[in-house]
Design a protein around this ligand. Structure first.
Ligand SMILES: *[C@@H]1O[C@H](CO)[C@@H](O)[C@H](O)[C@H]1NC(C)=O
Ligand SMILES: *[C@@H]1O[C@H](CO)[C@@H](O)[C@H](O)[C@H]1NC(C)=O
Ligand SMILES: *[C@@H]1O[C@H](CO)[C@@H](O)[C@H](O)[C@H]1NC(C)=O
Ligand SMILES: *[C@@H]1O[C@H](CO)[C@@H](O)[C@H](O)[C@H]1NC(C)=O
Ligand SMILES: *[C@@H]1O[C@H](CO)[C@@H](O)[C@H](O)[C@H]1NC(C)=O
Ligand SMILES: *[C@@H]1O[C@H](CO)[C@@H](O)[C@H](O)[C@H]1NC(C)=O
Ligand SMILES: *[C@@H]1O[C@H](CO)[C@@H](O)[C@H](O)[C@H]1NC(C)=O
Ligand SMILES: *[C@@H]1O[C@H](CO)[C@@H](O)[C@H](O)[C@H]1NC(C)=O
Ligand SMILES: *[C@@H]1O[C@H](CO)[C@@H](O)[C@H](O)[C@H]1NC(C)=O
Ligand SMILES: *[C@@H]1O[C@H](CO)[C@@H](O)[C@H](O)[C@H]1NC(C)=O
Ligand SMILES: *[C@@H]1O[C@H](CO)[C@@H](O)[C@H](O)[C@H]1NC(C)=O
Length: 640
């Protein structure tokens, strides 16, 4: 056991701390006469932060960065030369004050790799690291001429600010590392917008990825956990005259260790050091579910993470494409205010109405109307302007209106705002031109039958992981899955093509979904995207009958009573399919593996109706004839 100690400490040192040169000394400042060599680190006076040279694990590059001095695991919070690395083999690089008073990173060949590059009056400057993690260059008069807090990497520390100045075009954002071992500029940027009120935003390249919703003077209203009781120290200053907007999190307690950062994968995280467990705890992450990803449900789509599927349309809208929700929804009826009324007598002009939705994350691209003091004023302002598509009166902000498509619209289970969306008054009986597919869905209670997105099924089945596979049916493998709300499902990924057109295929599924009997497995919905055709069924916990019949141990659990009930149930289900249902479905592939058992051992026939969906020649192939004989054999085994 004693041998373990050095090995463990080696591990801790090597894997958990930033891999850096073994510095033999610590200094508290860098001056013209005393550069920082690789064998030294610069330490803040209270020993909280440390600056020095480091080489990421497995990298050939060397950087200058700042990390927490005494924490394991530590974390690099700032990198000077992220996009202009030194070679890790360069042993004589140094960080020094140049003759112009600027701080410079100089490599072994005396090339300037990185510089603070500000105008300074004299060369008598000194660089120091504060206990808050700010690396500053001060002039002779102790005036700060440069600060690392004005040049963030991927991390925001307490009292650091991100923001922008629209006049000077200066902007402080967080920009992710390329990957965990490469600090060069990655894909994700987090910053503050200059609109009124501002939002915190994460972009993936040029694409929006996450937004906080507008700032209401104490919280971002699109983050429901951040309700009014939330005391955060977050501060946001906007000065329209100066063109500046700055966001920071203020703290005067250097023992409270916290940071927010945008990691290479783009999930903004707030981390707090827990002195009890001596580890970083993630206190918040965004986006934290599919609905929080910007625009998941497209224009006029509404996302609710506890629904399945998570997307639906605002009332008065219908999906542009059920396969691709991110294309959003379109109006069922044109707005009356947009119609050409020159030929209609004014007495017959129809009105628009507002659909009310509550507990909402307000959509993106709001316009703030500053001089409106109540919800009534906000409504009439919107009603009287045909360009206004929606409004929301937020007591802590005021009147917000939307003239663009409503995007990134989300429904919360707590908090959130009331939003009113303009639609044509549907009492007029005007509907969109008939769409049989949609009408068919409408006839049923559509909430019972859903169209799943392929991505939601990928998520539910852990990318169709082999460990989720329940079995292999005649038409493709079946996987167990779990929806966002915890509901278990069985997902059948059809392997062969149906030989039918897409519309016919959909219609067929809708018909089959109407076959309902207590001894038939319930079809919950389906997914058709690209080549994928997937059926989603209720999940039955006791698997299939063959898993009992042909297992020497489980077999014993089937006493005669149970067997008899199973036989009766199958017969009853078959009778319904073959005789009583209006579709008259002949199963043609009945076998023990197609009889599923619920938690009370009630039998449910599965794979019914697929005979209708798949063309007949395919279905009468040899393998199915074999199934018939197998079925007889299984019946026989079952009887004995
Ligand atoms: C560092 O690299 C080694 C060797 O490539 C690897 O085994 C180890 O997991 C890496 N550690 C970290 C923290 O990435
Ligand atoms: C730099 O640090 C040294 C010793 O650590 C101290 O003597 C000196 O006064 C410091 N210089 C400045 C400018 O703070
Ligand atoms: C650190 O390195 C510099 C230059 O490489 C050298 O002059 C100095 O003596 C070293 N100091 C220590 C404490 O090793
Ligand atoms: C620093 O500035 C002083 C006065 O401007 C000058 O005499 C001196 O040479 C400079 N030192 C360096 C290293 O450039
Ligand atoms: C320093 O800044 C000037 C303008 O402010 C710019 O033109 C120059 O390229 C910068 N130099 C370095 C080394 O970044
Ligand atoms: C430093 O302060 C003195 C007097 O307070 C002033 O004359 C001088 O211009 C200042 N120097 C710089 C570089 O700010
Ligand atoms: C500073 O933060 C630490 C760690 O969270 C806490 O224990 C301490 O009470 C705080 N001190 C003050 C004065 O707020
Ligand atoms: C960054 O974007 C590129 C190009 O889209 C992609 O190949 C890469 O995987 C992305 N990196 C991360 C960490 O998402
Ligand atoms: C409205 O209808 C009138 C009469 O048919 C036509 O002249 C006019 O161009 C139409 N206006 C628009 C904007 O379509
Ligand atoms: C109507 O709303 C649009 C978009 O908000 C705005 O640009 C326009 O000025 C408004 N028109 C009137 C007359 O208020
Ligand atoms: C059937 O499933 C239920 C619930 O999953 C379980 O409690 C029961 O033991 C199972 N029955 C048999 C015979 O395995």
């Amino acid at each position: 056991m004693r041998l373990m100690t050095p090995w463990c400490s080696f591990l801790v040192f090597f894997f958990l701390l930033p891999v850096r040169d073994i510095a033999s000394g610590a200094v508290h400042n860098i001056t013209l006469s005393e550069p920082l060599f690789q064998n030294l680190t610069l330490v803040s006076s209270g020993q909280i932060f440390e600056l020095g040279f480091f080489t990421p694990n497995g990298s050939e590059n060397q950087y200058v960065g700042i990390w927490y001095k005494n924490l394991t695991p530590s974390r690099i919070v700032w990198v000077a030369n992220r996009d202009s690395p030194l070679a890790s083999a360069d042993r004589s690089a140094k960080l020094t004050i140049g003759s112009d008073g600027n701080l410079k990173l100089v490599d072994g060949q005396q090339n300037i790799v990185w510089s603070t590059n500000v105008s300074v009056q004299s060369n008598y400057t000194v660089a120091m690291l504060s206990d808050g993690g700010n690396f500053v260059v001060k002039d002779k008069n102790s005036t700060e001429v440069w600060a690392s807090f004005d040049d963030p990497t991927d991390t925001i520390l307490p009292n650091m600010k991100i923001g922008l100045n629209t006049r000077t075009r200066e902007r402080q954002v967080l920009l992710s590392w390329k990957n965990d071992n490469d600090p060069s500029s990655g894909n994700f940027t987090t910053g503050i917008t200059s609109e009124t009120p501002p939002q915190l935003f994460t972009w993936n390249g040029w694409t929006s990825y996450w937004r906080s919703g507008p700032w209401d003077k104490s919280t971002f209203i699109g983050i429901p956990e951040m309700d009014s009781s939330y005391h955060s120290g977050y501060a946001l200053q906007q000065d329209p005259q100066q063109g500046t907007t700055y966001f920071s999190c203020d703290s005067d307690n250097n023992s409270f260790l916290a940071y927010a950062s945008i990691p290479p994968e783009g999930i903004l995280a707030l981390m707090i050091w827990d002195y009890g467990s001596n580890s970083w705890l993630k206190s918040r992450a965004a986006p934290s579910n599919g609905c929080e990803v910007y625009g998941t449900c497209g224009p006029f789509g509404v996302c609710n993470s506890i629904n399945s599927p998570i997307c639906r349309c605002v009332k008065g809208f219908m999906p542009r494409s059920k396969e691709e929700w991110n294309r959003g929804c379109i109006r069922e009826a044109e707005l009356n205010c947009q119609k050409n009324t020159s030929r209609t007598p004014s007495t017959q002009v129809k009105k628009d109405v507002f659909v009310h939705m509550n507990q909402m994350k307000v959509p993106n691209s709001a316009e703030y109307l500053s001089d409106i003091g109540d919800v009534g004023g906000c409504q009439s302002q919107c009603m009287n302007n045909c360009s206004c598509l929606a409004y929301s009166y937020v007591s802590t902000i005021g009147c917000l209106v939307w003239a663009k498509d409503l995007i990134d619209f989300q429904e919360f289970s707590t908090a959130g705002q009331d939003v009113y969306i303009r639609v044509a008054d549907d009492n007029t009986g005007e509907m969109s031109p008939g769409n049989p597919w949609k009408d068919q869905l409408k006839q049923d209670d559509t909430s019972e039958f859903t169209l799943f997105s392929f991505s939601s099924l990928l998520l539910a089945t852990n990318n169709f992981d082999a460990t989720n596979k329940l079995g292999q049916g005649g038409f493709g493998p079946v996987y167990k899955g779990m929806l966002n709300d915890g509901k278990e499902i069985a997902v059948k990924r059809l392997s062969s093509s149906s030989g039918q057109g897409m519309e016919e295929f959909k219609n067929e599924i809708v018909l089959i979904s109407k076959l309902q009997h207590r001894n038939l497995v319930r079809l919950m919905g389906f997914c058709i995207e690209g080549e994928e055709k997937i059926l989603v069924y209720e999940y039955l916990s006791n698997k299939s009958l063959d898993s009992f019949l042909f297992d020497s141990k489980r077999k014993a659990k089937l006493n005669w009573d149970t067997r008899f009930r199973i036989i009766q149930g199958i017969a009853s289900g078959l009778l319904y399919l073959h005789r009583d249902s209006y579709l008259r479905v002949i199963h043609r592939d009945l076998k023990a593996s197609n009889i599923l058992l619920d938690e009370k051992m009630n039998p449910k026939i599965s794979d019914f109706g697929l005979a209708r969906i798949f063309s007949v020649p395919n279905f009468l192939g040899d393998s199915n004839l074999n199934t018939w004989s197998k079925f007889r054999r299984q019946q026989w085994i079952w009887k004995t």
